[in-house]
Design a protein around this ligand. Structure first.
Ligand code: UDP
Ligand code: MG
Length: 355
C-alpha cells in the first residue's frame, strides 16, 4: 500500500505506535492482535508502527519480516537504545493517522480496547487514556513503588496527572503534533499529554501480565523515570530544599543561644557527640539541597545542548528500507509530513499491494 500523501494523510485513519526493546519473542502475537483490533476499527486505513529501540535480540529481524508480510506495518529502527519515552516519541513522529494509539508491545495493554477507545473519541474526546484498575503479573515491589510514585507525583506536580495511567492512550493527531512540538529531551509523555489539556477521558481496564519476556524497566530505569517526571512537572523539591535550609537555620540559632547561655552560666562545653550529630545532620541537609538543585541544573544543561531528540537509522515498509533525513527529530510538523511523503514517492511500485 502507498499510504503516503503530501502534507499528511487523510487515508490513514489510525496509527498504532509501539516501542519495542528486546521484544522479539512476543512481537508477532502483538502484531496479530493489534492488526485485528485496527481492522475492526478502521478497515485497512491504518498503520502499525513498530519502533526497534536498539534491541540486542532479533527484534529488528522480526519487524522486517512483519513489514514484508503486512502492508500496514512500518518498522522504525533507532540508532541505539533511547529508552521507552523517546522510542515512543520517534514512533509518534512518523505516525500519519488522524488518530494515534500509543501502546506497549508486550501485550500488557490489550489492543482490543481500541474499539471502545474509538467509540469514546467519536463522542468528542481528544484523548482516551487507559487507567489501570488492576495489574496482573506484577511483583509486589513494582505495585507498591508505582502506587507511591503516582500519589507523590500528584502531590508535587503543578498540574493534575491522572493516577495509575501509563502511556497507553488514543490521541487525536492534533494532540500528537502539539506533543511533538514540545522541545524537551527528558520526556514524561503521560504528564505532557495531561498538560496539553483538551477533552481527556479515562477508560478503566485490567492490565495483563506480559505475554513474553521480562520487564525492560529495572529499578535503575524506574528511578530515572520518576526523577524525570518530578523535575519536569514540579519545582516543589527545590522549595523543599529551601524549607529544610530555613528549618535547620532556626535550629542552629537555637543551638547557638543555648550554647551561649550555658557559657555564661560557666558550664564547660560537654557533649562533643551532640555537636558532631548536629554538624552531620546539617551537612546532610545541605548535600540533599545541592543534589536537588543539581538535578534541575543538570537538566538545564542537557536541554540547552539541543542535541537531536532521537536518531532514526532507517525505516522499513514492505521490503523496502529507506532513510529519513538526519535531522528528522527536529523538523516541524509540516516538514516531517513532506519528509514522510518523499519516502513514499520512491516506493509504491516496489511494495506489494495485497498479500
Ligand atoms: N521499551 C523501550 N525501550 C526501553 C525499555 C522499554 O522501547 O529502553 C519498551 C518495551 O519494549 C515495552 C514498553 O517500552 O514495549 C514498556 O516496557 P516494559 O514492558 O518493560 O515496562 P513495564 O510494563 O514493565 O513498566
Ligand atoms: Mg510492560
Amino acid at each position: 500500500m502507498d499510504g503516503f500523501v503530501d502534507g499528511g494523510d487523510a487515508r490513514i485513519r489510525l496509527s498504532i505506535v509501539a516501542p519495542c526493546y528486546n521484544e522479539a519473542e512476543g512481537l508477532s502475537e502483538f502484531c496479530r492482535r493489534a492488526r485485528a483490533a485496527a481492522e475492526a476499527a478502521a478497515g485497512d486505513a491504518f498503520e502499525i508502527i513498530l519502533v526497534d529501540d536498539g534491541s540486542s535480540d532479533d527484534t529488528w529481524g522480526v519487524i522486517s519480516r512483519l513489514a514484508a508480510d503486512i502492508p500496514q506495518v512500518l518498522g522504525v529502527k533507532l540508532l541505539r537504545n533511547h529508552g521507552h519515552q523517546l522510542a515512543a516519541t520517534s514512533g509518534l513522529a512518523v505516525a500519519r493517522g488522524e488518530r494515534v494509539l500509543l501502546i506497549d508491545a508486550d501485550l500488557q495493554d490489550p489492543p482490543e480496547l481500541l474499539t471502545e477507545m474509538m467509540a469514546i473519541m467519536d463522542r468528542g474526546a481528544d484523548v482516551v487514556y487507559g487507567q489501570r484498575s488492576e495489574r496482573k503479573g506484577e511483583t509486589k515491589f513494582k505495585l507498591i513503588t508505582a502506587s507511591v510514585f503516582y500519589r507523590l507525583l500528584t502531590r508535587l506536580a503543578s498540574i493534575s496527572i491522572p493516577q495509575d495511567t501509563g502511556d497507553f492512550r488514543l490521541m487525536k493527531a492534533r494532540i500528537v503534533h502539539i506533543l511533538l512540538n514540545m522541545p524537551e529531551r527528558h520526556r514524561f509523555i503521560r504528564g505532557m499529554v495531561s498538560w496539553i489539556g483538551g477533552r481527556q477521558v479515562a477508560l478503566r481496564y485490567t492490565r495483563d501480565a506480559r505475554y513474553a519476556g521480562s520487564t525492560k524497566y529495572p529499578l535503575k530505569k524506574m528511578i530515572r523515570f520518576a526523577i524525570d517526571a518530578i523535575t519536569s512537572f514540579s519545582i516543589i523539591p527545590l522549595r523543599i530544599s529551601a524549607w529544610m535550609g530555613l528549618i535547620s537555620a532556626v535550629f542552629a540559632v537555637g543551638l547557638l543561644i543555648y550554647t551561649l547561655v550555658q557559657w555564661f552560666d560557666g558550664n564547660v562545653i560537654t557533649g562533643w557527640s551532640s555537636i558532631m550529630a548536629a554538624i552531620s545532620a546539617l551537612s546532610a541537609i545541605q548535600l540533599i539541597a545541592l543534589g536537588t538543585l543539581g538535578e534541575y541544573v543538570g537538566r538545564l544543561v542537557q536541554e540547552h545542548k539541543r542535541r537531536p531528540m532521537f536518531m532514526i537509522d532507517c525505516v522499513v515498509q514492505g521490503e523496502v528500507t529507506s532513510e529519513l533525513s538526519d535531522d528528522f527529530s527536529e523538523l516541524d510538523t509540516a516538514s516531517r509530513r513532506s519528509e514522510l511523503g518523499r519516502l513514499s514517492a520512491v516506493k509504491p511500485a516496489e511494495t506489494r499491494a495485497h498479500r
